[in-house]
Ligand binder design. Structure first.
Ligand code: ZN
Length: 219
């Protein structure tokens, strides 16, 4: 790809995506090479996705791979697209927007809440900080990273039977996928959910569905 092929206005968005990955690393939401991000191209030619195995806190716009709409990336291109390419491909196609960021991170407290057995949609329902701005979707079960099954399950979680799609879904034993019009918007959905998971875990919040099950049993 020549520099002209990814000329503005994408360039600014891709720079923001790099800044988001730097910030996520600084917050401890990813280790050095974890996480990935894609941004749609405004002319609908496809999307740009972060390269595979790169140092995410030092990511730069030239380290994104172009994935043409409805097609496969060029095999010989450098960098190679993220190992979670299929997840990005499915979500970029599902939302089909000129202004879409798909962000995948491993935020500590969200993963810990899932690991403790919380359901993120139930947990967040009691916190207006999240419910006012961020729709939390159904949790995706533990599936192998970079697998087709994980990509399929994420797509299903972002495709509601009724109503608006979620902004963020949790992946058990793994992380989150968030979407936004910009990289920072996607980041904010992660930040809100991470914050309330941290609060709930610090308070030793009991599991809502486990409580429900106990009450049902008592009756
Ligand atoms: Zn991951």
């Amino acid at each position: 790809m020549t520099p002209n092929e990814r000329a503005a206005p994408e360039h600014l968005t891709v720079e923001q995506a790099c800044a988001v990955m730097r910030q996520a690393y600084q917050l401890g939401w990813i280790s050095t090479r974890d996480g990935n991000v894609s941004v749609a191209m405004t002319d609908r030619r496809g999307f740009l996705v972060s390269g595979s195995g790169l140092i995410k806190h030092a990511l730069v716009p030239t380290q994104f791979a172009l994935v043409p709409a409805g097609g496969a990336p060029r095999v010989e291109q450098t960098p190679r697209p993220s190992g979670e390419l299929e997840l990005h491909r499915r979500l970029q196609a599902l939302f089909n927007s000129q202004h879409l960021t798909v962000l995948h991170l491993h935020p500590t407290h969200i993963v810990a809440a899932l690991y403790a057995g919380h359901r993120l949609a139930e947990l967040s329902a009691g916190f207006p900080e999240v419910t006012r701005y961020t729709r939390v979707g159904p949790d995706v079960p533990a599936l192998p990273a970079t697998s087709e099954e994980l990509a399929e399950a994420c797509e299903a979680a972002f495709r509601p039977a009724l109503g608006a799609p979620p902004h963020i879904v949790g992946l058990d034993r793994h992380g989150v996928v968030a979407v936004g019009k910009t990289p920072w918007e996607a980041f904010e959905h992660v930040e809100r959910l991470e914050h309330i998971c941290r609060i709930a875990l610090a308070a030793g919040q009991p599991l809502a569905h486990a409580q429900g099950a106990r009450h049902a049993h008592a009756r």
